[in-house]
Design a protein around this ligand. Structure first.
Ligand SMILES: [Zn+2]
Ligand SMILES: [Zn+2]
Length: 94
């Protein structure tokens, strides 16, 4: 897996993204509900958008665990309170 730099997809390495909307992820993850998602044009991987720089804060996928989530934006170092508050248990309701 490529090193995350907040600009390139950690899965395929491409740097083209479009804004995405995912109802399931919005309901499963509170930080997605409060933020925005971008989807990689190359492989379809989804990322939470950094509120400070618009970069890729952390990758989001349906089986996400709390340890996989970046606590800081890899591009600018900003923290997201909604990400920090997530303990990895929100998706158990689904
Ligand atoms: Zn990709
Ligand atoms: Zn950032």
């Amino acid at each position: 897996m490529a090193q995350e730099d907040g600009k390139h997809c950690a899965v395929c390495g491409k740097d083209q993204f479009s804004l995405a909307h995912d109802e399931w992820m919005r309901r499963a993850f509170p930080f997605v509900e409060k933020g925005q998602l971008k989807m990689c044009a190359g492989c379809g991987a989804k990322y939470l958008v950094c509120k400070s720089c618009g970069g890729l804060f952390t990758r989001v996928h349906p089986a996400l665990e709390s340890w996989e989530v970046n606590q800081k934006c890899p591009a600018c170092g900003a923290e997201d309170p909604a990400v920090k508050a997530w303990d990895g248990t929100s998706s158990r309701h689904f």
